[in-house]
Design a protein around this ligand. Structure first.
Ligand code: GUN
Ligand code: FE
Length: 418
């Protein structure tokens, strides 16, 4: 069946290129993109058109780093650095997800709120609980959120109420992988929480499992100076943090590394050579006082940087806010260094919030023909109608001034979900 959305279509074609289609038709065949046209071609005039007037039609968002069980306490505890914050807020909250009824209730809300915010793709950490992780995957899939979810592995440097033995962690990971075969839109990703919470034996097991089953991996890297010092102490044979993951085969093109705030040239070069994807989490870097990531340098060096909300180190689920936060952080870095080249553009922010994640998840970028539609309709028509404002300027303004209340429609996998 042919359908079409009509409006001002904006697609992120590369970190530097915005595809701009004023007042155009996004034509779909059975929910898959057929093409973008300024007028409907003769052979498809029978398409059923949904006209969104002067609103913006954008790619929906890919939030490439967040923690499902942390959503409930978002906004609390924003006055502590990472390691204290984990002990005081994150670990006690995550422990509650041993209760599957509790998990069901909370994860249903999260899945709903993601769609409401226009996020249809995620790479998400669950907790260490296998059953709650399966519930999270189920609720996301039901709501139309696609992507990867990981059962967290942690067998040391964690409180006794949120720690597995190595054997348990390995066994539960295998049980989880077996049980998640039933999902079609949400797939498993191996998730060693971060180097300090995994023993060498567990990392070695995960590296072998990755290799055997060709699985993707997500973790944290060089987020915070206290964390980096702890890693140096725990893994004295590794010169830099990334070498821990590399040593155990967990550092390649199917790997997401959140934060990378303190990654110097050498660490960034290693990531680039291995094709590792950094995930920039500006809100969390600010909240937990981790630092300001060199994101403009990473992009200039050709790294495939994605964006993450890092809920709940981060304080918002909105990827519009996350884009604004990443632009602001880059300008703070530019101010500190008196170097305007540290500021990122709206093109870069929009690409990192959409296309970079799509590519990691194996999809075409922009509204590529043949891909199932992932899109939002963002209505900025209530904002002042400035003379001569361009669509590019409207996108940048929308990032700063709009939120989920202005999202009029959300499509995921070709299906309208809002
Ligand atoms: N490093 C290890 N665990 C976490 C977490 O839950 N949040 C953040 N921001 N960093 C981490
Ligand atoms: Fe995180």
């Amino acid at each position: 069946m042919l359908t079409a959305l009509k409006g001002n279509i904006l697609e992120a074609l590369s970190p530097d290129t915005l595809g701009i289609h004023p007042n155009s038709y996004l034509v779909l065949e059975d929910g898959r993109v057929a093409g973008i046209y300024p007028v409907l071609p003769d052979n498809i005039t029978e398409a059923q058109v949904e006209d969104f007037g002067d609103a913006l039609i954008l790619q929906s968002f890919a939030d490439m780093h967040l923690h499902g069980p942390q959503y409930e306490f978002m906004g609390t505890g924003m006055d502590r650095p990472l390691l204290q914050w984990l002990d005081t807020y994150a670990f006690p909250t995550e422990a509650r997800y041993a209760n599957i009824d509790y998990a069901r209730e909370k994860y249903r809300i999260l899945a709903h709120d993601l769609i409401q915010n226009g996020t249809t793709r995620v790479c998400m950490f669950s907790s260490l609980h296998t059953d709650a992780t399966l519930i999270l995957m189920e609720e996301l899939e039901k709501a139309g959120v696609t992507g990867y979810v990981g059962k967290v592995n942690m067998d040391r440097n964690a409180p006794p109420y949120l720690c597995e033995t190595t054997e348990e962690s390995e066994r539960e990971t295998l049980r989880w992988l077996e049980k998640c075969k039933r999902f079609t839109l949400v797939k498993p990703i191996l998730t060693p929480r971060f180097a300090p919470s995994c023993s060498p034996e567990l990392l070695s097991f995960l590296g072998k499992l990755k290799e055997e089953r060709d699985l993707p991996v997500q973790s944290h890297l060089s987020e915070n100076t206290g964390e980096i010092a702890l890693v140096a102490q725990l893994f004295p044979d590794c010169r830099q943090y990334w070498e821990v993951y590399d040593k155990y085969g967990l550092f390649d093109s199917k790997t997401l590394m959140a934060h990378c705030v303190h990654s110097d040239r050498r660490e960034r070069a290693a990531m680039r050579m291995r094709g590792v994807h950094p995930v920039h989490c500006a809100s969390s870097n600010n909240s937990l006082m981790s630092g300001i990531s060199p994101v403009a340098d990473m992009l200039r060096e050709g790294q495939a940087v994605c964006l993450g909300s890092d809920v709940s180190g981060g304080t918002t689920l909105s990827m519009l806010h996350t884009m604004a936060n990443s632009i602001n952080a880059s300008k703070d870095r530019g101010s500190m260094k008196q170097d305007v080249s540290q500021a990122i553009s709206i093109e870069q922010a929009y690409y990192m919030a959409t296309g970079a994640g799509q590519a990691f998840l194996g999809h075409g970028i922009g509204f590529q023909a043949g891909e199932p539609l992932h899109a939002i309709v963002l209505d900025d028509t209530g904002l002042p109608k400035l003379p001569n404002i361009t669509l590019r300027e409207r996108l940048l303004r929308a990032v700063y001034r709009l939120d989920d209340r202005h999202i009029r429609a959300v499509y995921s996998e070709g299906v309208r979900r809002l």
